[in-house]
Design a protein. Structure first.
Length: 509
Protein backbone atom coordinates (compact mmCIF):
# COMPACT_ATOMS: atom_id res chain seq x y z
CA UNK A 1 0.00 0.00 0.00
CA UNK A 2 1.32 3.41 -0.90
CA UNK A 3 1.74 5.86 1.92
CA UNK A 4 1.00 9.57 1.71
CA UNK A 5 3.93 11.98 1.63
CA UNK A 6 3.99 15.69 1.24
CA UNK A 7 5.52 15.64 -2.23
CA UNK A 8 4.42 12.23 -3.50
CA UNK A 9 0.72 11.89 -2.75
CA UNK A 10 -0.68 8.46 -3.29
CA UNK A 11 -3.10 9.66 -5.95
CA UNK A 12 -0.16 10.17 -8.31
CA UNK A 13 1.03 6.58 -8.08
CA UNK A 14 -2.21 4.61 -7.82
CA UNK A 15 -2.83 2.92 -11.15
CA UNK A 16 -5.98 3.66 -13.09
CA UNK A 17 -7.64 0.27 -12.47
CA UNK A 18 -6.80 0.53 -8.77
CA UNK A 19 -8.37 4.01 -8.58
CA UNK A 20 -11.70 2.76 -9.88
CA UNK A 21 -11.59 -0.37 -7.73
CA UNK A 22 -11.00 1.83 -4.69
CA UNK A 23 -13.93 4.01 -5.74
CA UNK A 24 -16.18 0.95 -5.97
CA UNK A 25 -15.45 0.26 -2.31
CA UNK A 26 -15.87 3.88 -1.23
CA UNK A 27 -19.35 4.10 -2.69
CA UNK A 28 -20.40 1.17 -0.49
CA UNK A 29 -20.11 3.56 2.46
CA UNK A 30 -22.34 6.04 0.65
CA UNK A 31 -24.80 3.24 -0.05
CA UNK A 32 -24.74 2.31 3.63
CA UNK A 33 -25.73 5.80 4.81
CA UNK A 34 -28.29 6.39 2.03
CA UNK A 35 -30.07 3.08 2.63
CA UNK A 36 -30.27 3.80 6.36
CA UNK A 37 -31.79 7.23 5.77
CA UNK A 38 -34.49 5.99 3.39
CA UNK A 39 -35.61 2.83 5.12
CA UNK A 40 -36.45 4.80 8.25
CA UNK A 41 -39.27 6.57 6.43
CA UNK A 42 -40.81 3.26 5.38
CA UNK A 43 -40.37 1.77 8.83
CA UNK A 44 -41.87 4.76 10.66
CA UNK A 45 -45.48 3.49 10.66
CA UNK A 46 -44.30 0.14 12.09
CA UNK A 47 -42.09 1.83 14.68
CA UNK A 48 -45.07 4.00 15.67
CA UNK A 49 -47.28 0.95 16.12
CA UNK A 50 -44.71 -1.06 18.09
CA UNK A 51 -42.93 1.54 20.23
CA UNK A 52 -45.86 4.02 20.47
CA UNK A 53 -43.76 7.21 20.43
CA UNK A 54 -45.40 10.59 20.90
CA UNK A 55 -45.42 13.00 17.96
CA UNK A 56 -42.37 14.78 19.35
CA UNK A 57 -40.53 11.51 19.95
CA UNK A 58 -41.32 10.43 16.39
CA UNK A 59 -39.72 13.61 15.06
CA UNK A 60 -36.69 13.01 17.27
CA UNK A 61 -36.36 9.47 15.91
CA UNK A 62 -36.42 11.00 12.44
CA UNK A 63 -33.99 13.84 12.93
CA UNK A 64 -31.65 13.13 15.88
CA UNK A 65 -29.36 11.23 13.48
CA UNK A 66 -29.01 14.37 11.39
CA UNK A 67 -28.54 16.56 14.48
CA UNK A 68 -25.61 14.52 15.76
CA UNK A 69 -24.02 13.93 12.39
CA UNK A 70 -24.23 17.65 11.57
CA UNK A 71 -22.56 18.50 14.86
CA UNK A 72 -19.69 16.06 14.36
CA UNK A 73 -18.98 16.10 10.61
CA UNK A 74 -16.47 18.95 10.69
CA UNK A 75 -14.67 17.39 13.63
CA UNK A 76 -14.56 13.97 12.00
CA UNK A 77 -13.49 15.36 8.63
CA UNK A 78 -10.63 17.16 10.32
CA UNK A 79 -9.77 14.04 12.33
CA UNK A 80 -9.54 12.05 9.09
CA UNK A 81 -7.14 14.63 7.68
CA UNK A 82 -4.96 14.04 10.74
CA UNK A 83 -5.05 10.31 11.52
CA UNK A 84 -5.79 9.00 8.03
CA UNK A 85 -9.04 9.00 6.07
CA UNK A 86 -8.95 5.29 5.34
CA UNK A 87 -8.43 4.43 9.01
CA UNK A 88 -11.34 6.64 10.08
CA UNK A 89 -13.59 5.25 7.33
CA UNK A 90 -13.00 1.63 8.33
CA UNK A 91 -13.42 2.33 12.05
CA UNK A 92 -16.63 4.22 11.31
CA UNK A 93 -17.97 1.40 9.16
CA UNK A 94 -17.47 -1.14 11.96
CA UNK A 95 -19.19 1.17 14.46
CA UNK A 96 -22.02 1.86 12.00
CA UNK A 97 -22.71 -1.84 11.65
CA UNK A 98 -22.61 -2.47 15.39
CA UNK A 99 -24.97 0.41 16.21
CA UNK A 100 -27.35 -0.71 13.44
CA UNK A 101 -27.96 -3.82 15.56
CA UNK A 102 -28.90 -1.59 18.50
CA UNK A 103 -31.36 0.27 16.25
CA UNK A 104 -32.89 -3.01 15.12
CA UNK A 105 -33.55 -4.24 18.66
CA UNK A 106 -34.58 -0.97 20.33
CA UNK A 107 -37.64 -1.66 22.50
CA UNK A 108 -38.65 1.86 23.56
CA UNK A 109 -38.83 5.32 21.95
CA UNK A 110 -36.05 6.54 24.24
CA UNK A 111 -33.70 3.71 23.29
CA UNK A 112 -34.51 4.22 19.62
CA UNK A 113 -33.62 7.91 19.87
CA UNK A 114 -30.34 7.02 21.62
CA UNK A 115 -29.56 4.39 18.98
CA UNK A 116 -30.19 6.88 16.17
CA UNK A 117 -27.91 9.41 17.91
CA UNK A 118 -25.10 6.85 18.18
CA UNK A 119 -25.61 5.98 14.53
CA UNK A 120 -25.05 9.66 13.80
CA UNK A 121 -21.70 9.52 15.58
CA UNK A 122 -20.64 6.59 13.41
CA UNK A 123 -22.12 8.08 10.25
CA UNK A 124 -20.14 11.29 10.75
CA UNK A 125 -16.96 9.34 10.02
CA UNK A 126 -18.12 7.93 6.69
CA UNK A 127 -19.26 10.64 4.27
CA UNK A 128 -16.41 13.18 4.56
CA UNK A 129 -13.89 10.35 4.42
CA UNK A 130 -15.28 9.04 1.13
CA UNK A 131 -15.28 12.43 -0.61
CA UNK A 132 -11.85 13.34 0.74
CA UNK A 133 -10.39 10.05 -0.51
CA UNK A 134 -11.91 10.71 -3.94
CA UNK A 135 -10.22 14.12 -3.95
CA UNK A 136 -6.87 12.51 -3.16
CA UNK A 137 -7.17 9.49 -5.45
CA UNK A 138 -8.40 11.31 -8.57
CA UNK A 139 -6.16 14.17 -9.65
CA UNK A 140 -7.46 14.46 -13.21
CA UNK A 141 -10.40 16.94 -13.10
CA UNK A 142 -12.57 15.03 -15.57
CA UNK A 143 -11.94 11.71 -13.83
CA UNK A 144 -12.73 13.36 -10.50
CA UNK A 145 -16.00 14.78 -11.87
CA UNK A 146 -17.03 11.33 -13.03
CA UNK A 147 -15.99 9.82 -9.69
CA UNK A 148 -18.03 12.42 -7.80
CA UNK A 149 -20.93 11.72 -10.15
CA UNK A 150 -20.71 7.99 -9.39
CA UNK A 151 -20.48 8.83 -5.68
CA UNK A 152 -23.66 10.89 -5.91
CA UNK A 153 -25.36 8.31 -8.15
CA UNK A 154 -24.72 5.60 -5.56
CA UNK A 155 -26.24 7.79 -2.87
CA UNK A 156 -29.32 8.04 -5.09
CA UNK A 157 -29.21 4.32 -5.82
CA UNK A 158 -29.19 3.75 -2.07
CA UNK A 159 -32.25 5.94 -1.82
CA UNK A 160 -33.89 3.60 -4.35
CA UNK A 161 -32.58 0.29 -3.03
CA UNK A 162 -33.43 1.19 0.56
CA UNK A 163 -37.21 1.46 0.09
CA UNK A 164 -37.36 -1.57 -2.22
CA UNK A 165 -35.40 -3.88 0.07
CA UNK A 166 -36.90 -2.23 3.11
CA UNK A 167 -40.41 -2.72 1.75
CA UNK A 168 -39.70 -6.38 1.06
CA UNK A 169 -38.30 -6.90 4.56
CA UNK A 170 -41.20 -5.06 6.22
CA UNK A 171 -43.69 -7.31 4.47
CA UNK A 172 -41.93 -10.48 5.62
CA UNK A 173 -40.09 -9.61 8.86
CA UNK A 174 -40.28 -7.14 11.76
CA UNK A 175 -39.28 -3.49 11.33
CA UNK A 176 -35.84 -3.96 12.94
CA UNK A 177 -34.76 -6.03 9.95
CA UNK A 178 -34.42 -2.87 7.83
CA UNK A 179 -31.44 -1.84 9.92
CA UNK A 180 -29.77 -5.24 9.73
CA UNK A 181 -29.30 -4.91 5.95
CA UNK A 182 -26.43 -2.56 6.83
CA UNK A 183 -24.37 -5.47 8.16
CA UNK A 184 -23.40 -7.29 4.93
CA UNK A 185 -22.58 -3.99 3.21
CA UNK A 186 -20.41 -2.97 6.17
CA UNK A 187 -18.64 -6.31 6.16
CA UNK A 188 -17.74 -6.05 2.47
CA UNK A 189 -16.59 -2.45 2.90
CA UNK A 190 -14.26 -3.29 5.79
CA UNK A 191 -12.78 -6.49 4.37
CA UNK A 192 -12.30 -5.29 0.79
CA UNK A 193 -11.58 -1.67 1.69
CA UNK A 194 -8.68 -2.67 3.90
CA UNK A 195 -7.01 -4.12 0.80
CA UNK A 196 -7.97 -1.69 -1.96
CA UNK A 197 -8.27 1.83 -0.50
CA UNK A 198 -4.98 3.79 -0.28
CA UNK A 199 -4.38 5.72 2.92
CA UNK A 200 -4.17 9.51 2.76
CA UNK A 201 -3.88 12.31 5.27
CA UNK A 202 -2.55 15.82 5.71
CA UNK A 203 1.27 15.50 5.93
CA UNK A 204 1.47 18.48 8.31
CA UNK A 205 -1.83 18.27 10.19
CA UNK A 206 -1.21 19.98 13.51
CA UNK A 207 -3.03 18.92 16.70
CA UNK A 208 -6.73 18.01 16.83
CA UNK A 209 -8.25 20.76 18.99
CA UNK A 210 -10.73 19.15 21.39
CA UNK A 211 -12.09 22.54 22.51
CA UNK A 212 -13.12 23.23 18.92
CA UNK A 213 -14.71 19.78 18.69
CA UNK A 214 -16.88 20.48 21.74
CA UNK A 215 -17.78 23.97 20.55
CA UNK A 216 -18.81 22.65 17.13
CA UNK A 217 -20.99 19.92 18.63
CA UNK A 218 -22.62 22.11 21.29
CA UNK A 219 -23.17 24.99 18.87
CA UNK A 220 -24.72 22.93 16.09
CA UNK A 221 -27.00 20.86 18.32
CA UNK A 222 -28.00 23.91 20.38
CA UNK A 223 -29.10 25.93 17.36
CA UNK A 224 -30.88 23.06 15.62
CA UNK A 225 -32.67 22.02 18.82
CA UNK A 226 -33.87 25.58 19.36
CA UNK A 227 -35.23 25.81 15.83
CA UNK A 228 -36.93 22.43 16.12
CA UNK A 229 -38.57 23.09 19.47
CA UNK A 230 -39.65 26.64 18.55
CA UNK A 231 -41.28 25.33 15.38
CA UNK A 232 -43.02 22.47 17.17
CA UNK A 233 -44.04 24.02 20.50
CA UNK A 234 -43.42 27.75 20.35
CA UNK A 235 -40.84 29.94 22.04
CA UNK A 236 -40.08 28.86 25.62
CA UNK A 237 -37.32 29.63 28.09
CA UNK A 238 -35.44 26.39 27.36
CA UNK A 239 -35.59 27.17 23.63
CA UNK A 240 -34.11 30.62 24.29
CA UNK A 241 -31.33 29.13 26.43
CA UNK A 242 -30.54 26.54 23.76
CA UNK A 243 -30.45 29.18 21.02
CA UNK A 244 -28.18 31.52 22.99
CA UNK A 245 -25.86 28.67 24.00
CA UNK A 246 -25.68 27.40 20.41
CA UNK A 247 -24.99 30.78 18.84
CA UNK A 248 -22.40 31.61 21.51
CA UNK A 249 -20.61 28.28 20.98
CA UNK A 250 -20.55 28.68 17.18
CA UNK A 251 -19.31 32.27 17.49
CA UNK A 252 -16.53 31.11 19.81
CA UNK A 253 -15.77 28.26 17.41
CA UNK A 254 -15.35 30.63 14.44
CA UNK A 255 -13.18 33.08 16.39
CA UNK A 256 -11.03 30.23 17.72
CA UNK A 257 -10.47 28.82 14.22
CA UNK A 258 -9.20 32.20 13.04
CA UNK A 259 -6.53 32.25 15.75
CA UNK A 260 -5.34 28.63 15.72
CA UNK A 261 -2.21 27.84 13.66
CA UNK A 262 -3.80 24.50 12.64
CA UNK A 263 -7.58 25.07 12.84
CA UNK A 264 -10.17 22.32 12.86
CA UNK A 265 -11.79 24.17 9.95
CA UNK A 266 -10.05 26.86 7.90
CA UNK A 267 -12.69 29.60 7.91
CA UNK A 268 -10.86 31.39 5.11
CA UNK A 269 -12.37 28.82 2.74
CA UNK A 270 -15.64 30.73 3.00
CA UNK A 271 -14.05 33.80 1.45
CA UNK A 272 -14.21 31.92 -1.86
CA UNK A 273 -17.55 32.80 -3.42
CA UNK A 274 -17.84 29.49 -5.26
CA UNK A 275 -17.22 27.47 -2.11
CA UNK A 276 -19.69 29.48 -0.03
CA UNK A 277 -22.29 29.50 -2.80
CA UNK A 278 -22.11 25.73 -3.26
CA UNK A 279 -22.39 25.09 0.50
CA UNK A 280 -25.37 27.45 0.84
CA UNK A 281 -27.10 25.86 -2.15
CA UNK A 282 -26.73 22.39 -0.62
CA UNK A 283 -28.05 23.48 2.77
CA UNK A 284 -31.15 25.26 1.47
CA UNK A 285 -31.92 22.60 -1.12
CA UNK A 286 -31.98 19.80 1.42
CA UNK A 287 -33.94 21.99 3.83
CA UNK A 288 -36.63 22.49 1.21
CA UNK A 289 -36.76 18.79 0.29
CA UNK A 290 -36.20 16.79 3.45
CA UNK A 291 -39.28 17.56 5.49
CA UNK A 292 -41.48 16.57 2.57
CA UNK A 293 -39.49 13.42 1.74
CA UNK A 294 -39.67 12.30 5.38
CA UNK A 295 -43.48 12.20 5.19
CA UNK A 296 -43.85 10.93 1.62
CA UNK A 297 -43.57 7.25 2.56
CA UNK A 298 -46.26 7.75 5.19
CA UNK A 299 -48.49 9.37 2.56
CA UNK A 300 -48.03 6.46 0.18
CA UNK A 301 -48.71 3.85 2.86
CA UNK A 302 -51.12 5.39 5.35
CA UNK A 303 -53.09 7.68 3.04
CA UNK A 304 -53.07 5.86 -0.28
CA UNK A 305 -52.94 2.38 1.26
CA UNK A 306 -49.87 1.06 -0.58
CA UNK A 307 -47.93 -1.85 0.84
CA UNK A 308 -44.33 -1.08 1.96
CA UNK A 309 -42.73 -2.76 -1.07
CA UNK A 310 -45.11 -0.95 -3.43
CA UNK A 311 -44.36 2.36 -1.68
CA UNK A 312 -40.64 1.71 -2.13
CA UNK A 313 -41.10 0.99 -5.83
CA UNK A 314 -43.22 4.14 -6.18
CA UNK A 315 -40.25 6.26 -5.06
CA UNK A 316 -37.87 4.80 -7.67
CA UNK A 317 -38.23 7.60 -10.28
CA UNK A 318 -36.43 10.08 -8.01
CA UNK A 319 -33.45 7.77 -7.65
CA UNK A 320 -33.36 6.90 -11.36
CA UNK A 321 -33.38 10.59 -12.30
CA UNK A 322 -30.66 11.40 -9.78
CA UNK A 323 -28.42 8.54 -10.95
CA UNK A 324 -28.64 9.57 -14.61
CA UNK A 325 -28.17 13.27 -13.86
CA UNK A 326 -25.25 12.61 -11.51
CA UNK A 327 -23.34 10.62 -14.11
CA UNK A 328 -23.57 13.34 -16.78
CA UNK A 329 -23.54 16.42 -14.52
CA UNK A 330 -19.81 17.10 -15.00
CA UNK A 331 -20.07 16.96 -18.79
CA UNK A 332 -23.14 19.22 -18.83
CA UNK A 333 -21.53 21.76 -16.46
CA UNK A 334 -18.44 21.97 -18.71
CA UNK A 335 -20.61 22.27 -21.82
CA UNK A 336 -22.73 25.08 -20.39
CA UNK A 337 -21.76 26.49 -16.97
CA UNK A 338 -21.76 25.61 -13.31
CA UNK A 339 -24.36 28.18 -12.38
CA UNK A 340 -26.78 27.25 -15.16
CA UNK A 341 -26.71 23.56 -14.20
CA UNK A 342 -27.06 24.19 -10.46
CA UNK A 343 -29.65 26.97 -10.71
CA UNK A 344 -31.59 25.13 -13.43
CA UNK A 345 -31.65 21.92 -11.41
CA UNK A 346 -32.87 23.71 -8.29
CA UNK A 347 -35.55 25.60 -10.20
CA UNK A 348 -36.82 22.32 -11.64
CA UNK A 349 -37.05 20.82 -8.15
CA UNK A 350 -38.87 23.93 -6.91
CA UNK A 351 -41.46 23.72 -9.69
CA UNK A 352 -41.95 20.00 -9.03
CA UNK A 353 -42.62 20.70 -5.35
CA UNK A 354 -45.04 23.47 -6.33
CA UNK A 355 -47.03 20.86 -8.28
CA UNK A 356 -47.46 18.91 -5.03
CA UNK A 357 -49.52 21.74 -3.54
CA UNK A 358 -52.37 20.18 -5.55
CA UNK A 359 -51.86 16.82 -3.81
CA UNK A 360 -54.97 15.00 -2.64
CA UNK A 361 -55.66 11.58 -1.18
CA UNK A 362 -56.69 10.35 -4.62
CA UNK A 363 -53.84 11.90 -6.65
CA UNK A 364 -52.86 9.41 -9.35
CA UNK A 365 -49.39 7.93 -9.62
CA UNK A 366 -48.54 9.53 -13.02
CA UNK A 367 -48.35 12.96 -11.37
CA UNK A 368 -46.45 11.65 -8.33
CA UNK A 369 -44.04 9.68 -10.52
CA UNK A 370 -43.39 12.67 -12.81
CA UNK A 371 -42.77 14.95 -9.83
CA UNK A 372 -40.35 12.47 -8.27
CA UNK A 373 -38.47 12.06 -11.56
CA UNK A 374 -38.02 15.82 -11.95
CA UNK A 375 -36.91 16.12 -8.32
CA UNK A 376 -34.34 13.38 -8.88
CA UNK A 377 -32.93 14.89 -12.06
CA UNK A 378 -32.73 18.41 -10.63
CA UNK A 379 -31.17 17.30 -7.35
CA UNK A 380 -28.73 14.97 -9.16
CA UNK A 381 -27.41 17.81 -11.31
CA UNK A 382 -27.19 20.27 -8.43
CA UNK A 383 -25.63 18.10 -5.72
CA UNK A 384 -23.05 16.54 -8.03
CA UNK A 385 -21.80 19.85 -9.41
CA UNK A 386 -21.72 21.61 -6.02
CA UNK A 387 -19.74 18.70 -4.54
CA UNK A 388 -17.26 18.98 -7.42
CA UNK A 389 -16.95 22.75 -6.90
CA UNK A 390 -16.30 22.31 -3.17
CA UNK A 391 -13.69 19.58 -3.66
CA UNK A 392 -11.81 21.34 -6.46
CA UNK A 393 -11.66 24.66 -4.62
CA UNK A 394 -9.43 23.45 -1.76
CA UNK A 395 -5.95 21.93 -1.52
CA UNK A 396 -6.05 18.14 -1.27
CA UNK A 397 -4.57 18.31 2.27
CA UNK A 398 -7.80 19.99 3.42
CA UNK A 399 -10.11 17.67 1.50
CA UNK A 400 -11.49 16.07 4.65
CA UNK A 401 -12.47 19.35 6.28
CA UNK A 402 -13.92 20.72 3.02
CA UNK A 403 -15.90 17.53 2.40
CA UNK A 404 -17.17 17.72 5.95
CA UNK A 405 -18.44 21.26 5.35
CA UNK A 406 -20.33 19.99 2.31
CA UNK A 407 -21.82 17.10 4.27
CA UNK A 408 -22.57 19.33 7.27
CA UNK A 409 -24.64 21.58 5.00
CA UNK A 410 -26.50 18.52 3.76
CA UNK A 411 -27.18 17.06 7.21
CA UNK A 412 -27.97 20.42 8.81
CA UNK A 413 -30.41 21.12 5.99
CA UNK A 414 -32.00 17.71 6.58
CA UNK A 415 -32.33 18.31 10.31
CA UNK A 416 -33.77 21.79 9.86
CA UNK A 417 -36.06 20.63 7.07
CA UNK A 418 -37.52 17.80 9.13
CA UNK A 419 -37.78 20.11 12.15
CA UNK A 420 -39.44 23.02 10.35
CA UNK A 421 -41.45 21.43 7.56
CA UNK A 422 -42.08 18.31 9.63
CA UNK A 423 -43.39 20.43 12.46
CA UNK A 424 -45.66 22.26 10.02
CA UNK A 425 -47.10 18.97 8.77
CA UNK A 426 -47.54 17.77 12.35
CA UNK A 427 -49.09 21.08 13.44
CA UNK A 428 -51.63 21.16 10.61
CA UNK A 429 -52.39 17.48 11.13
CA UNK A 430 -53.02 17.88 14.86
CA UNK A 431 -55.78 20.40 14.15
CA UNK A 432 -58.30 17.94 12.72
CA UNK A 433 -61.56 17.30 14.55
CA UNK A 434 -62.30 13.77 15.72
CA UNK A 435 -65.87 12.55 15.10
CA UNK A 436 -68.41 13.05 17.88
CA UNK A 437 -68.41 10.30 20.45
CA UNK A 438 -64.75 9.36 20.02
CA UNK A 439 -63.28 8.39 23.43
CA UNK A 440 -60.80 10.96 24.74
CA UNK A 441 -57.88 8.50 24.87
CA UNK A 442 -58.51 7.37 21.29
CA UNK A 443 -58.77 10.97 20.06
CA UNK A 444 -55.54 11.86 21.88
CA UNK A 445 -53.67 8.93 20.31
CA UNK A 446 -55.04 9.81 16.87
CA UNK A 447 -53.83 13.41 17.13
CA UNK A 448 -50.26 12.33 17.95
CA UNK A 449 -49.54 10.97 14.45
CA UNK A 450 -51.23 9.46 11.43
CA UNK A 451 -49.83 6.06 12.42
CA UNK A 452 -51.42 6.58 15.83
CA UNK A 453 -54.75 7.38 14.18
CA UNK A 454 -54.62 4.18 12.11
CA UNK A 455 -53.97 2.09 15.21
CA UNK A 456 -56.47 3.96 17.42
CA UNK A 457 -59.24 3.60 14.87
CA UNK A 458 -59.11 -0.19 15.20
CA UNK A 459 -60.84 0.06 18.58
CA UNK A 460 -63.82 1.96 17.14
CA UNK A 461 -66.96 0.77 15.34
CA UNK A 462 -66.45 0.54 11.56
CA UNK A 463 -68.32 3.70 10.56
CA UNK A 464 -66.76 5.83 13.30
CA UNK A 465 -63.31 4.43 12.49
CA UNK A 466 -63.77 5.30 8.82
CA UNK A 467 -64.78 8.86 9.69
CA UNK A 468 -61.81 9.28 12.04
CA UNK A 469 -59.34 7.99 9.46
CA UNK A 470 -60.78 10.17 6.70
CA UNK A 471 -60.44 13.29 8.86
CA UNK A 472 -56.91 12.35 9.90
CA UNK A 473 -55.80 11.58 6.32
CA UNK A 474 -57.29 14.82 5.01
CA UNK A 475 -55.46 16.83 7.69
CA UNK A 476 -52.21 15.02 6.90
CA UNK A 477 -52.52 15.84 3.19
CA UNK A 478 -53.33 19.47 4.05
CA UNK A 479 -50.08 19.60 6.01
CA UNK A 480 -48.16 18.11 3.09
CA UNK A 481 -49.59 20.74 0.75
CA UNK A 482 -48.39 23.54 3.01
CA UNK A 483 -44.95 21.93 3.38
CA UNK A 484 -44.69 21.46 -0.39
CA UNK A 485 -45.51 25.13 -0.98
CA UNK A 486 -42.88 26.30 1.50
CA UNK A 487 -40.34 23.84 0.09
CA UNK A 488 -41.04 25.12 -3.44
CA UNK A 489 -40.49 28.73 -2.34
CA UNK A 490 -37.19 27.79 -0.65
CA UNK A 491 -35.94 25.91 -3.74
CA UNK A 492 -36.85 28.69 -6.18
CA UNK A 493 -35.19 31.30 -3.96
CA UNK A 494 -32.10 29.08 -3.70
CA UNK A 495 -32.00 28.73 -7.51
CA UNK A 496 -31.95 32.52 -7.85
CA UNK A 497 -29.21 32.84 -5.20
CA UNK A 498 -27.10 30.14 -6.88
CA UNK A 499 -27.34 31.97 -10.22
CA UNK A 500 -25.60 34.99 -8.69
CA UNK A 501 -23.27 33.31 -6.18
CA UNK A 502 -21.86 30.82 -8.71
CA UNK A 503 -21.25 33.42 -11.39
CA UNK A 504 -17.92 32.82 -13.09
CA UNK A 505 -17.42 29.37 -11.50
CA UNK A 506 -16.05 26.66 -13.80
CA UNK A 507 -15.09 23.04 -13.34
CA UNK A 508 -11.47 22.29 -14.12
CA UNK A 509 -10.93 21.08 -17.72
Amino acid sequence: MTRTHQHTPEAEVVSRPARWLALSVLVLAVLLVAVDATVLGLATPYISEDLKPSGTQLLWIGDVYSFVIAGLLVSMGSLGDRIGRKKLLLLGAVAFGAVSVLNAYANSPELMILARALLGVAGATLMPSTLALIRNIFHDPRERSLAVGIWGAMASAGAAVGPVFGGFLLEHFWWGSVFLINLPVMAVLVVVGAKLIPESKNPVPGPWDLVSVVLSLVGMIGVVYAVKEAAAHGFRWDVAVSAVLGVAALTWFVRRQLTLPAPLLDMRLFRRRGFSGAVLADLLTVLGLSGLVFFLSQFLQLVQGRRPFEAGMAELPAAVGAVVAGLIAGLVARRFSVRSVVAGGLAAVGLALAALTTLTKDTGYPLLGAVLLVVGVGAGFSFTVTADVILSSVPKEQAGAASAVSETAYELGAALGIALLGSIVTGVYAGFTAPAGTPADVASAAHESLGGAVEASQSLPAEQARTLLTSAQTAFVDGLQVAAGIGAAVLLATAAAAWFLLRGQHLEK
